[in-house]
Design a protein around this ligand. Structure first.
Ligand code: GSH
Length: 229
């Protein structure tokens, strides 16, 4: 600690080498979830975020660190350790900055949030395929598929916390993982005119989604940026 500011040595060195660095692409939902977690923990300043220019091929120094893979985010620890995959990085950050806990500590509850976060990959992939689809005859199929996936989330939330808002009592891991994807799916509203119908079938997930989107720890990007980028 420094005597005059009370700021930890780690944060003081935020322009130096003594903090972890995340290499990321702006407006990337997988990077945003890291920022959300750190914000919930009050630790955002303890990690440097280094923007990588996506209009150019990945620089050699970065490919050397990643051993040739291009997907970001990647976290580099102070001593040069490389961690890939946002879910894995979230786990590292949770272990590294354990208080306040964002992940559930009870093993069963952690398994439940794990089951919910395991639904994210397919949910996200479908939304991306939907927006990239160029075939008008497939639009309905994509819309139905998206609704089915929202219904799956609705059922999961209803099973585990029928009357609440979040999966558990507060914004936690499941919310950290899905919120940036919900934001990214503003592109479906804009380009495909897709939104959840105001029906009982989706009421639980709608409440969850709206509260997640409005959460103060998740305000790193604006709707306009997402639609444009
Ligand atoms: N499963 C990865 C997905 C990361 C990912 O797809 N990142 C995108 C940016 S949003 C990317 O880097 N795409 C370019 C590439 O894969 O080369 C994670 O969760 O970290």
């Amino acid at each position: 600690m420094t005597a005059n500011t009370g700021v930890s040595e780690m944060s003081q060195s935020s322009t130096g080498r003594l903090v972890p660095t995340v290499y990321h692409i702006p407006v990337c939902p997988f990077s945003q979830r890291l920022e959300i977690l750190l914000t919930l923990k009050g630790c955002r300043h303890l990690v440097d975020f280094h923007v990588v220019d996506i209009t150019r091929p990945r620089p050699g120094w970065l490919l050397e660190k990643t051993q040739g893979t291009t997907a970001l985010p990647v976290l580099e620890t102070e001593d040069g350790g490389i961690i890939k995959e946002s879910m894995v990085i979230l786990g590292y950050l949770e272990d590294r900055y354990p208080e306040p806990a964002v992940f559930q500590r009870d093993p069963y509850r952690h398994a439940v949030e794990g089951m919910m976060t395991a639904m994210e990959g397919e949910f996200t992939a479908w939304g991306y395929r939907y927006v990239l689809n160029q075939d008008p005859s497939k639009r309905d199929e994509f819309r139905r598929g998206m609704l089915q996936r929202y219904a799956g989330l609705n059922d999961f939330l209803t099973r585990h916390n029928p009357d609440g808002t979040f999966l558990f009592e507060r914004f936690g891991l499941a919310e950290t993982v899905f919120t940036s994807i919900f934001m990214r799916f503003w592109f479906l509203e804009y380009y495909e005119d897709f939104d959840l119908p105001y029906k009982e079938r989706y009421a639980r997930v709608r409440k969850w989604r709206e509260t997640c989107l409005a959460h103060p720890a998740a305000q790193q990007v604006m709707r306009e940026e997402i639609v444009k980028v």
